[in-house]
Design a protein around this ligand. Sequence first.
Ligand code: FDA
Length: 400
Amino acid sequence: MSAKGTTAWDVLVLGAGAAGLMAAATASQRGVRVAVLDHAAEPGRKILISGGGRCNFTHLETSWERYQSANPRFARSALARYTPRDFLNLVEKHHIAWHEKEAGQLFCDGSARQIVTMLEKECAKGAVRFYYRHALQKLSHDGHCFQVHTSQGIMKARTVVLATGGLALPKLGATDSALQIARHFDLDVVAPMPALVPLTLEKPFPELAGVSLPVTTSLGKKGVRFTDGMVFTHRGLSGPAILQISSYRSAEQSFWINLRPGHDVWEDMTAVMKARPRAHGAALLEGIPIRLARHLAQTMLDGRPLAEQPGKAVRALAEHVARWVVSPAGTEGYAKAEVMRGGVDTRCLSSQTMEAKTVPGLYIVGEAVDMTGWLGGYNFQWAWASAVAAGKAVAERVKG
Ligand code: FDA
C-alpha cells in the first residue's frame, strides 16, 4: 500500500520498535487514527534478538537511579506511571510464560517473538496501520501538519511520535534519524556514544581470551560501581561488569577493576605465604582462574618461592588485584553496543508527555532520548514507559 495520501493521520509513529509499537497501541486504543512506519520489513527486530532470544522485557527494581543521562530524574514521572508490574500484567494477559533470571530480571520462558506478537495484537485492537519498507528521510511541518518524507512518498500527520531508536547495531537497521530530526527542529542533542559495550585495550591479553571471573568495576567520585562477571576478549574486556561501567565512562577515562570483590586481598595473600612458603607465585591468587593467576604471577613476581619474594612485589600484586587501573583504548563501537547513550536532550522534552517543548505535536520516546538504562531490562522498561506517556498524551491532544 502506498504511503502517499492526502488525509493526515492523527498520529504517525516513526519506528516499529519497542517504543513505537507501545506508543501506537496506547494511542490507537484511545480512539485516534494511528499509523506506524518502519524501513524494516517487520516490527521489533531488536526485541526479537534481545535477551538471547528470550527478551529481558523489564526489571522489577526499575527506578530513575538506574539510568545514565545528563538528567536521569527526567525518567521518574514516566517510570512511575507505567511500572514493570504494568508491563507484566500485559504479558500475563497475553498468557506469555515468564521467569525471573537474576534478581528482578524478567524473561520470556519461550521466545522474544511472543512480545512482538503481543504488541502487534495490542496495535490491532486500535486498528493501527503499518507501513513497512518505508524509510524515513525527513520530517518537516508546513504550519498545518507534519510532512513525513519517506522512501515511498510523503505522509501527513497531525502529530508525530519519533521512535526510531539509537545508533546501536546498524546491521539491524539502526540509524541517526532521530538525532537528525531533533537537530532539524533545533532540539539539543547530548553527544551520542556506544554504551553497554565491550572495551578495547591498547595492549590486550589475547592469551587470556575466554577467562571469566566475578569482579567489581568502579569509576569516578560519584562512586559508580558494579559487581558482576567480566570476560577477557581478544581485543580487551567484556561481560556485564564491563558493559555496565562502559555506559558511565567518558572517552579516555580510566576505571578500576577489583579482581577479588568481597575479599581483603592482602590478608588472603599473607595467609597463603604463611601456610605455603615454598609454593610458587600463582598460589597467592586463590579464587582467581588459574590462567589469569599464572599470567599475573609471571608478570609481577619472579620464579622464586613465596617466602623469597620481595615484599614490595607481593604488595604491588595485591594492589593490582584489588585495584587494577584500566585505561581502555576505546570501545567495540556501535556494532557491538547494546544501546546508544546520549540522544535528544531531556531538557527539550516534557517529562509528563515526552512532547518537544518547542515543537507542539512532536513526541520523542525510547532510546532516541538521552536516557540509558543499566543492563537487565531497564532499557525496555524505559521504552514502554516513555511510549505509554506519549501515547496517552498524543491521543488526548488529537481528541482536543
Ligand atoms: P528500537 O531500536 O527498538 O526501534 C527503532 C525502530 O526504528 C526500528 O524498528 C528501526 O528499524 C526503525 N528505524 C530506524 N531508523 C529508521 C528510519 N530512518 N526509517 C524508518 N524506520 C527507522 N534491552 C532490554 O531492556 N533488555 C534486553 O534483553 C535487551 N537486549 C538487547 C540485545 C541487543 C543485541 C541489543 C542491540 C539491544 C538490547 N536491548 C535490551 C536494548 C533494547 O533493544 C533497546 O533499548 C530498545 O529496543 C529501544 O527501543 P526503541 O523503540 O527506542 O528503538
